[in-house]
Design a protein around this ligand. Sequence first.
Ligand code: FCB
Length: 457
Amino acid sequence: MDFSEGFLWGAATAAYQIEGAAKEDGRGPSIWDTFSHTPGRVYRGDTGDIACDHYHRLEEDLDLMAEIGLRAYRFSVAWPRVQPEGSGPANQKGLDFYRRLVAGLRERSIEPMLTLYHWDLPQALEDRGGWTSRQTSERFAEYAALVYEALSDSVSYWITLNEPWVSAWMGYGLGVHAPGRRSTADALAATHHLLLGHALALEAMRSSDNGNRLGITLNLSPVRAASSEPADAEAARRVDGNANRLYLDPLFRGSYPQDVLEHYRAASDLSLVQEGDLQRIAAPIDFLGVNYYIRHTVRATVGGGTRELPTGMRFADLGAETVLPEGVQTTAMGWPVEPDGLTEILVRVKKEYRDLPVFVTENGCAVYDYVDPEGDVDDVERVSYLEEHFRAAQAAIERGVDLRGYMVWSLLDNFEWAEGYSKRFGLVFVDYGTQRRIPKASARWYAEVIRRGGVGT
Ligand code: FCB
C-alpha cells in the first residue's frame, strides 16, 4: 500500500454551494447571489439561497463526516459573511459559524482544510471593478488577515484561492459564471489580480509564523492533440498555455508564458502587471492543491471564436476545441473519465515545476443518482470512478509524487454553479425538498477505503 498512515482522506465542499442562509447573521450579497438571481444565468433559475441548508444543519453534517470516517474536510469561508461589504472590520457572527465548524471538526478528529476564496466575491467589490481591479487583491489580503487572526490557532491547512482559471475565464472571459462578463482583456486582468491577491494574502498570513501550511488550488488538465497534424499540436499547446501554464509558470517560475502573452497581445498587453508583482507571486508555497476532473483532447478549429465544447469546457479565442477520445466514458457532466490523466498531471508538476507536497483538493464525478424503492442510492459509477482515480493517485506516489491527501468532491450533493441542483456530485444524497441526507453506496465504500488505508492491489 502506498498511502501512508497519515494520508489525509477527506471530502470537500464550498460555502455558496452548501450553506444557504444567504441573508443571515449579517451576510452581504456576493456575485453569485446576483448572478443566480439574474434570469437565464443558472439552470432553471436555481440559487444558493437555501442550498443544503448546511448553515443550520452543521451538527448533523459533522456527524455524517464522522460516520464516513473522514480524516480531513475541505471547506471554504464565505467572504461576504466575514466582510458583508468586502472591506472593514470582521462581522463576528460570520466568523463564529466557522469557529463552530472548526471546533466540531477537531472534536471528531477531522483535520480542517480552509479555502479563503471559492468564488463568492462580495458584490460591493465587483461594483468597484471586481478582479479586474488591483484594489480587489489588496482587499483580499485584508480579508485573509481577518480570517487568519480568528482561525490560525485551530486550522493548519490554508488555501488562498480555488481554481483562479475558473474565476477568471468562466467568470470574466466567457460569462458563464458570476459575474458574467465576456471579455478576454478582463479575464487576463482577473488572472493577474487573483494571483497577486494570492501573493498578498500569503504575505499577510506569513507575518505570524506559527507553522501552518499555506497553499493554493489550481484546476489542472493534461492536454493532448487529437491527431499528429501540426495544427492540432499547436492548438493543444495554446490550450495548455491557457489552462495550465498561465497559472503554473507565474507561481513556480515568476513569469507568464511568452507564447500565451503573445497570443493575447491584441486583447491586452498586461501593462497592469507592476514591477515586483511576479516575484511576489512566485514566493514559495508549502503545498499545491490540484483539482482534477478532465483531460483535454484538442483539435484546431477554423477561426478563433469562442466555442461551446462538448465536454462542457470552453476556451475563449484559442482556435481550439476538445473532442471525446474514442471509447472513453463520460460522467453526467459530459466529462470524459480518464483516471491516468491524474497521474500524468501530478508527475508533470513534480518534473517540470517543483517537487513539493501536493493534495488532490478535488476529484469526483456527477452521476444521475436517485433513491430507489428500498431507499438506497446505488451509485456504482461513482465507486468505480473513485477507485480508478485512487489507483491513479497511487501510481503517482509510486513515481515519487509527494501526495499527502485526497479530498473527494463532494461530501454532499450541492448547488453546481451554472448547472444548479441538476448535477449531483455527493457521497451523500440530498433530498432538497426535505433536506434529508442519505449516504450513497459510495459513502459506505469510501468509509471502508479509509479504514483499510487504500484500495488495495
Ligand atoms: C470545480 C469547483 C467545485 C465543483 C466542481 C465540480 O471546478 O471547484 O466547486 O463545482 O468543479
